[in-house]
Write a protein that binds this ligand. Structure first.
Ligand code: VG1
Ligand code: CO
Length: 544
């Protein structure tokens, strides 16, 4: 039996999880006992049965392997019965969510800071997921935070370092550790949902795809599924070896952080479908020849064609989108007579709706889309859905998008991020804007008048839990909408996110760029939020 040591520690006071897990600079996680106090706080808070099963894996970033060894010795010391670890310490977030459910695990610890930069000077993080595979709900992440503020010791078992590269089962005292192929179960799930034969035939017929894993977690998954199973040529996938620093790339699949993919899409050499995923494989970016698909459009188009994929042949019971996500999907849901839920930002808010069978599809503007097949967003799933739609309809990406606009109109969408180094002035901006909301209707700014404004407070229709202050919604007299909230995934300063959307059925407008279509209401948003007066910023740091 390994000996168990109880180690005294002082609590860190900054371990409150954000939108998706706890994220900090690697150097913060490397402080003595930092990772341990957070993991022990989780183990102390979550109600686990004797001999519980735990799924552990990460996105391969710097500090992943070390952190996994720590988690394993803490699990052994805390009476966990069985641990399932991805070989090489790898598990994409959707693959981990699948394994948790499939293996009947009670807890998942996902070592990732997702789309945040990696490497010794980058970020690290821990997401923790429950037995439905999905991220812990807010009341639990808050309870863990409270526990972390008072913790004074944690437990470590004296077990040898586990060889994460060798698959198979080893014992560590009473605990068994199973090192599994991270890809196999996930690939099997994808094959059960999509028409692989039709996609294979389409690719054999010359349709070309380019998937960029950005040196992060989805590389091995894409290699197996897109090349080995679907028969795409080897050069259809790029940057497939997960690297600790992502090879210097920023694994955030959006036009601003992956401009090389936009360039490829706009070039004469553009393949039929271009896609990428983020650090932990739960986001997706879809591009076609000459076009970047807006995430809100992607969700709406998938809903429009949902029955074309065998796993969704009988349709879905409903859909959901996060509050700031474009309202394109609302149009399709209304047309199909389906309920469309609006939730706060963060995938955890979809969990109850998915578990209760109220929705079958959901998405966020931040390049996240998924379905009831997993309790997390799923990057490769979205890519496969697009390939399946292309195979079923015979239409390339751009045609699917244009025919969607002709039928439902186009919803322009843009997110403008303002990086504010001083978190106090970001808080001040949000409090002043919140205070202005009750009297905002009727106010005019930069040429538009506010019809209605509110603070988004969410009441979960499944368990009745309330999540208040989830951002501000401002509806304008031209039908446009402005949402404002602060990011909950950064590790320094504050990022104010301003989301703009506007729907049009005027076909003459379809060709406008989102910039041109939304610049007027962006000016209204900046004026109402008093961005320049409070922060000194005269332009967004990033436009996505
Ligand atoms: C961002 C996105 C949000 C997403 C979250 C986690 O959060 O806006 O939609 O769910 O990241 O994504 P925030 O609080 O920074 O706006 V992931 O792929 O980084 O886990
Ligand atoms: Co992610």
């Amino acid at each position: 039996m390994p000996s168990i040591t109880e180690i005294s520690c002082k609590p860190y006071k900054d371990q409150r999880p954000g939108t998706a897990g706890l994220r900090k600079k690697v150097t913060v996680f490397q402080q003595p006992h930092y990772l341990e106090t957070f993991v022990q706080s989780i183990l102390n808070t979550v109600d686990l049965p004797a001999n519980a099963t735990l799924v552990v894996g990460g996105d391969g970033r710097y500090y992943n392997r070390e952190a996994i060894q720590t988690v394993l010795s803490m699990a052994a010391a805390n009476s966990i019965g069985h641990v399932i670890v991805g070989q090489g310490g790898l598990l994409s977030t959707p693959a981990a969510a699948n394994l948790i459910q499939k293996k009947g695990a009670q807890l998942g610890l996902l070592l990732t800071a997702s789309h945040n930069p990696g490497g010794p000077d980058g970020d690290f993080g821990v997401k923790f997921n429950m037995e439905n595979g999905g991220q812990a709900p807010e009341h639990l992440t808050e309870a863990v935070y409270q526990a972390s503020r008072n913790i004074d010791s944690y437990k470590l078992a004296d077990i040898p370092a586990i060889d994460l590269d060798r698959s198979g089962t080893v014992n560590a005292g009473d605990m068994t550790i199973e090192v599994v192929d991270p890809v196999a179960d996930y690939a099997e799930l994808m094959e059960s949902l999509f028409d692989f034969a039709a996609i294979r035939a389409m690719l054999a017929g010359g349709t070309r795809v380019h998937f960029d894993a950005l040196n992060a977690a989805t590389g091995p998954y894409a290699q197996t599924i897109i090349c080995d199973m679907l028969g795409a040529p080897a050069d259809s996938v790029a940057n497939t070896v997960p690297l600790e620093d992502f090879g210097g790339l920023h694994p955030d699949p959006n036009p601003a952080d992956a401009p090389h993919l936009v360039e490829l899409a706009m070039s004469d050499a553009a393949p039929d479908l271009i896609a990428a995923s983020d650090g932990d494989g739960d986001r997706n970016m879809i591009l076609g020849r000459g076009l970047v698909v807006s995430p809100g459009d992607s969700l709406a188009i998938i809903l429009q064609h949902v029955r074309c994929a065998p796993g969704y042949a009988s349709g879905v019971p409903g859909v959901a989108r996060s509050m700031p996500t474009s309202r394109a999907v609302d149009q399709v849901a209304a047309d199909l007579g389906l309920p469309c839920y609006e939730t706060p930002t963060g995938w955890r808010y979809f969990s109850n709706l998915l578990s209760a069978g109220r929705i079958g599809l959901c998405g966020e503007e931040s390049f996240g889309t998924s379905s009831s097949h997993a309790a997390e967003k799923d990057g490769l799933w979205a890519v496969l859905f697009w390939l399946n739609m292309m195979a079923a309809t015979g239409q390339p990406v751009a045609d699917l998008v244009h025919s969607h606009w002709s039928r439902y109109g186009r919803t322009f969408f843009q997110r403008r991020d303002f990086f504010i180094p001083d978190t106090d002035s970001a808080q001040q901006l949000m409090s002043e804007l919140t205070a202005a909301v009750p009297a905002m209707a009727g106010r005019s700014a930069a040429g538009f008048t506010v019809n209605e404004a509110d603070v988004f407070n969410y009441l979960d229709p499944v368990d009745g839990s309330e999540s208040d202050n989830q951002g501000i919604r401002i509806h304008l007299d031209n039908g446009g909408r402005i949402c404002v909230r602060l990011s909950g995934t950064g590790t320094s300063g504050a990022t104010l996110r301003m989301y703009l959307d506007r729907h049009t059925t005027d076909a003459d407008e379809f060709g406008l760029s989102p910039d041109d279509a939304l610049a007027p209401i962006a000016a209204t948003g900046a004026e109402l939020a008093r961005i320049t007066e409070i922060t000194g910023l005269t332009a967004p740091t990033t436009i996505i």
